[in-house]
Design a protein around this ligand. Structure first.
Ligand SMILES: Cc1cc2nc3c(=O)[nH]c(=O)nc-3n(C[C@H](O)[C@H](O)[C@H](O)COP(=O)(O)OP(=O)(O)OC[C@H]3O[C@@H](n4cnc5c(N)ncnc54)[C@H](O)[C@@H]3O)c2cc1C
Length: 416
């Protein structure tokens, strides 16, 4: 490729949330190939995922179709104690406050829709005909990277050269240490999160009906975050939200880690153990425990995060997503940051970008994205210190009002 060509060869490592969202943005101007070590069906765990307005703004601008993903808009939250006694109900439309909704979806449905946006014919997405679909290479992960030349070595021994390499290989990134001068890895936080997905059908079979708080949402056609709080000095908390057009429920149970699981060094998650959760939440209401017993999918995560990294870029390569800034799900911002990172790569689609200008542009992307992700990581770490509704709303404001990379650069230019 000539140095002044404007159509770049982009290699993306990892087809998770960050990688696919980046592919959707970059295909608008460039030739994108995504290298994934797993099968096409790879997804980092089942269950649910919630997206806040800071990412739904961006998702909407990409043409994300909520109906294909069975997404449910959440209109606020309500809370009960561990015996099911009603505590409070707060209607809070994020769409009204921030101009885009808070939505929840089944993780696999969310990823499938991102895959469609990365690979569907341009015409199906209303894109210019030159926005060629990203090429997906499955079962052939990257094992090495030369960031200066943009060369990556794949598991099958082949070497590919790109003008830009986007490293989106998740929390236990293999390529991260090819960008950093000192090796870094994720640290456990001492908390375990159990994620459960259960269908309305199974709950109705087991309980004879849906719990009132779920039935209410179905009748209104409106989702809510439902919090079940121990309120006994322990930090035990269950958060439930609906998936697949309210026909499934996601439940997350957080507690202090009791036994370490070796497999969590390989992944965010390990096989769940219902008995352990039932033991920890033994004094919670029977209906809730029955829902856990009949759950279709259970996964345990020993929650981990990364210390803020000193850099995200080297030469032609940049880290994005969990590879750059893994954080716990306590504020539900991990995948939102991945989508924001993908939006950051819009700088590579602006007029005048050439192969030669790539390293400098990646530095500009990092100059906006690294401080932003670090701030949200710190917000997430301080979740347990949130003591009042005012604090919670202030964190929402900080997390949800991000104006995107172009908006941030405009604000910075106006302030200078
Ligand atoms: C319990 C839990 C609940 C969560 N809930 C939420 C939530 O509600 N909202 C939210 O915003 N975030 C949530 N998160 C965080 C969110 O899941 C992550 O931030 C998000 O998945 C990061 O996306 P990613 O693409 O960077 O990484 P991943 O989704 O992990 O994708 C990485 C991809 O790279 C592939 N890969 C790995 N190594 C290689 C290699 N060498 N070569 C090629 N491919 C490779 C993997 O197979 C995978 O497909 C939660 C996390 C946890 C643990």
């Amino acid at each position: 490729m000539a140095a002044n060509d404007t159509r770049l060869r982009v290699a993306i490592v990892g087809s998770g949330i960050a990688g696919l969202a980046a592919a959707r943005i970059l295909r608008e101007q460039h030739d994108v190939t995504v290298y994934e070590r797993g099968e096409p069906s790879v997804a980092t765990g089942g269950q649910g995922i919630a997206n806040f307005p800071n990412s739904t703004h961006i998702l909407e601008s990409m043409g994300f179709d909520y109906s294909r993903a069975g997404s449910v808009e959440l209109g606020g939250w309500n809370s009960v104690d561990k015996h099911g006694k009603y505590l409070y109900n707060i209607d809070y439309s994020m769409r009204e406050r921030y101009g885009a909704p808070l939505v929840s979806h089944m993780r696999v449905d969310f990823r499938t829709e991102l895959l469609r946006l990365a690979t569907a014919p341009a015409g199906n997405l209303g894109l210019d005909a030159s926005a060629a679909p990203a090429t997906m290479v499955w079962n052939n992960g990257a094992i090495d990277l030369d960031a200066e030349s943009g060369r990556i070595t794949l598991e099958d021994g082949s070497v590919v050269e790109a003008d830009v390499v986007i490293v989106a290989d998740g929390i236990h990134s293999r390529l991260r240490n090819k960008i950093l001068s000192e090796p870094v890895s994720a640290q456990k936080t001492g908390l375990t999160c159990c994620r459960v997905a259960v269908s309305a059908e199974r709950v109705e079979q087991a309980l004879g009906k849906l719990p009132r708080w779920w039935q209410d949402q179905r009748e209104k056609g409106q989702g809510y975050m439902h919090l079940i709080e121990a309120l006994d000095g322990t930090s035990r908390l269950t958060v439930a939200y609906p998936l697949r057009n309210l026909t499934w429920m996601n439940m997350a149970w957080v507690f202090q880690t009791r036994k370490e699981r070796a497999s969590t060094t390989e992944s965010w998650h390990a096989d769940g153990d219902k008995d352990e959760i039932l033991e920890v939440y033994d004094d919670f209401g029977d209906d809730l425990k029955t829902m856990l017993r009949v759950a279709d999918q259970v996964k345990l995560w020993e929650l981990q995060d990364l210390e803020p990294l000193p850099t995200w870029t080297s030469g032609r390569a940049i880290l994005i997503g969990d590879a750059a800034h893994a954080m716990t799900p306590l504020q539900g911002q991990g995948s939102n940051m991945a989508i924001e990172d993908a939006d950051g790569l819009r700088l590579l689609t602006q007029p005048g970008v050439t192969r030669d200008s790539v390293p400098e542009i990646l530095k500009t992307v990092e100059s906006v994205r690294r401080p932003r992700a670090t701030k949200v990581l710190m917000n997430t770490r301080s979740t347990s210190k949130i003591s009042s509704a005012a604090d919670r709303y202030a964190k929402f404001d900080e997390n949800c009002t991000y104006p995107g990379i172009l908006g941030t650069l405009k604000q910075q230019a106006a302030a200078s």
